[in-house]
Write a protein that binds this ligand. Structure first.
Ligand SMILES: [Zn+2]
Ligand SMILES: [Zn+2]
Length: 565
């Protein structure tokens, strides 16, 4: 289904309903967005009760099956028609040949397209009201935005509202605070996350996991500095195409820049000596902190930060190795997304407006990626104009537990940077130029952590849980035995802690389970002490009695080693 058309048409119905109820209100714009649509209005503050009235009016229009009728008209005619709509007049100035759409007695200035008639929209629900400035400019008028969603059935609306409610409950900022994973600090600067001990455990586990995958693929780890002369970024093309996102400063006579990516450094490592065709592919990986300057309005918890730990990879390959290399990387991407229990969705992004390299090079690179996807029968979504400035890419989204898609991994084919840095290798016939493939699987580790918090609702699988087991002695008499159990777990590499506080057992269980979301609670009372056994409560919420420490360690270790649950 073409949701863009469907939701944008719904926005027209919203505007028509509002105009019917309050004819003096002025109209802004009404686009489809990622999840639904909105329309902007000027001249009234809406209440929740208003939304109900508007919905009722919209349903009436839907039942009337009014046609969306297009008409092209002269600018002077359009000006007359919208003489009482100052915002539309402003839009008219920016529009090419004006066109209008009529539904019933409502007319809107619009290029389309729309659904055939209002009856195509089956169910609507208005979600919220928020304030916004005209054209996002805080010196302009303040408007009211009404957001809504529409679907073909009540069931889909219910599923959607359930998803939205779940998303609020799972907000990673809220859970991150409860579990003491990460935070931000005004003195440090917004957008620069601080990883607390619990969050750092998760980062370290992700790092271990990805290092293992890197080794399996034949990547070698390298380390490169955070800063380089702008000269380097000029040759790489970053200075030309990525400058707004880079932090730059002067040091002595040199103009320096903090790295937003690692590619030019890895190129220098490749270039340090003569290369023979026999050495290729040459693969470097680095989990590095890069810095990308974002507008503070774009920041959102861990989902968008300025300091990014990324698992960056660069493969230098011969042209006949491109396919197999990309295939290998795609397999690893899928494997990683599978481990997290999410679904991989592939996208092919082609040349953007702002780019380096000739059209010929782009043609070749785009065709190669397309061929690999099609040969391997991978379904993909084509995203025109969304490639990196140096090459086309396959982006992979992960679909989380509540059906949301998150952009995670990226595989980029680059024929341009090898040229700019004059990379080569020797064959029997002479010098050849390698291709370069950039790949991030986890992407931004911070962002991934945010995604995983929401995907698991904080209930991380055992291998990722900051605290894997909590030992809870019931009385002081049991503390010594509880400590012994805790030590044994720790010796087996399990992140176990003991809660010796004087709080009631019920309180301690609740704290460990609902706040810290610890997968294993180990309860030690007199009975357990006497039999030298344990009572174990896992996430199923059932308590198993008479468990030996050895048995328990075996069970937990197995889950950790398999990264299963
Ligand atoms: Zn329209
Ligand atoms: Zn790169």
């Amino acid at each position: 289904m073409d949701y863009e058309k469907y939701w944008h048409s719904s926005a027209h119905i919203l505007a028509a309903a509002v105009k019917k109820l309050w004819p003096k209100i002025k109209l802004g714009i009404g686009p489809a967005i990622e999840n639904g649509f909105y329309y902007e209005f000027y001249g009234k503050k809406f209440t929740k009760d208003d939304l109900k009235k508007i919905e009722k009016e919209m349903r009436k229009m839907i039942s009337e099956k009014l046609k969306f009728e297009r008409r092209d008209l002269k600018r002077t005619e359009a000006k007359k028609m919208f003489k009482n709509e100052p915002f539309k007049l402003e839009l008219l100035e920016e529009m090419g040949a004006p066109s209008i759409y009529t539904t019933g007695d409502f007319v809107d200035l619009c290029k389309g397209p729309h659904v055939n008639n209002t009856g195509n929209i089956k169910e609507v629900k208005l979600l919220k009201i928020s304030a916004s400035y005209w054209k996002g400019d805080n010196k302009r008028e303040s408007l009211q935005r009404i957001y809504g969603i529409s679907f073909n059935s009540k069931k889909e609306i219910r599923q959607f509202t359930h998803m939205m409610e779940e998303a609020i409950k799972r907000d990673h900022r809220k859970i991150g605070k409860e579990m003491e994973l990460f935070g931000f600090n005004e003195l440090v600067s917004p957008g620069f996350s601080l990883m607390y001990p619990n969050g750092t455990v998760i980062m370290e586990e992700l790092r271990k996991f990805i290092n293992q995958i890197n080794k399996e693929m034949g990547f070698k780890n390298v380390w490169t500095p955070h800063v380089a002369k702008t000269e380097l970024w000029k040759i790489s093309g970053h200075y030309e195409a990525y400058r707004e996102k880079m932090y730059m400063f002067k040091s002595g006579k040199n103009q320096m820049a903090i790295k937003p990516m690692n590619c030019p450094f890895h190129v220098q490592i490749y270039k340090r000596k003569r290369r023979s065709y026999k050495e290729l592919p040459i693969r470097y990986s680095e989990i590095a902190t890069v810095y990308r300057n974002e507008q503070s309005g774009e920041l959102h918890g861990l989902m968008r930060v300025i300091t990014i730990n990324m698992d960056d990879r660069h493969s230098f390959v011969k042209s006949d190795q491109i396919e197999s290399e990309i295939k290998m990387l795609m397999n690893s991407v899928k494997k990683v997304i599978d481990i997290f229990g999410m679904k991989a969705v592939f996208n092919l992004s082609t040349r953007p407006k702002k780019r380096i390299g000739s059209d010929e090079v782009w043609d070749k690179a785009e065709k190669t990626l397309k061929d690999v996807l099609e040969k391997n029968k991978i379904n993909y979504i084509l995203k025109e104009g969304e490639g990196a400035f140096y090459g086309p890419k396959v982006d992979v989204d992960a679909m989380d537990a509540i059906g949301r898609k998150w952009q995670l991994s990226t595989i980029q084919l680059d024929l341009s940077m090898p040229e700019r840095f004059d990379l080569d290798y020797l064959t029997n016939k002479g010098k050849e130029r390698p291709a370069m493939i950039h790949c991030a699987i986890l992407g931004s580790v911070e962002r991934l952590m945010g995604i995983l918090i929401e995907h698991y609702a904080g209930k991380f699988p055992v291998w990722l849980s900051p605290i894997q087991a909590m030992v809870l002695p019931i009385t002081d008499r049991n503390v010594k035995y509880a400590e012994k159990v805790n030590e044994e777990l720790k010796k087996s590499g399990i992140r176990s802690e003991i809660n010796r506080s004087q709080n009631t057992l019920q309180y301690k269980i609740r704290d460990a389970q609902t706040k810290m979301k610890i997968p294993y609670l180990i309860i030690v009372g007199d009975k357990e002490l006497e039999k030298k056994k344990l009572a174990v409560r896992d996430r199923s919420n059932k308590t198993k009695y008479n468990v030996s420490t050895k048995q328990l360690i075996k069970e937990i270790r197995e889950k950790i080693d398999k990264r299963s649950e």
